[in-house]
Design a protein around this ligand. Structure first.
Ligand code: FES
Length: 98
């Protein structure tokens, strides 16, 4: 996958599965770290802060900063603590959620 981001696709040989993020259809490597796979697909804003609306994306990649929160099938979760699986429906958390 080519993009202007400094993320190298280390999962090039892995099977791709269908995932959507905010209505955008993506094909991500099955079993890969979800946050890394989204970054590799060019998605850098995972949510906006409730106070200022500032964009946030993965920072620590180890479950500490909570900047990678996404809504997964209606539940707010840390993307860096999940793996890509077929049919995931992802979105940005709604305002008022962390
Ligand atoms: S990137 Fe920090 S908790 Fe996920």
């Amino acid at each position: 996958m080519n993009n202007a981001l400094p993320f190298e696709d280390l999962e090039a040989g892995r099977a791709r599965v269908a995932v959507s993020f905010g209505g955008q259809d993506l094909h991500l490597p099955e079993g890969a770290n979800l946050a890394a796979a989204l970054l590799g697909a060019g998605i850098t804003t995972f949510r906006h802060t409730p106070a200022s609306g500032a964009p946030r994306g993965p920072f620590c990649m180890m479950g500490a900063c909570f900047d990678c929160l996404v809504e997964v099938d209606g539940v707010t979760r840390q993307a860096c603590m999940m793996e890509v699986s077929d049919g995931l429906v992802l979105d940005m958390p709604q305002a008022g959620e962390r």
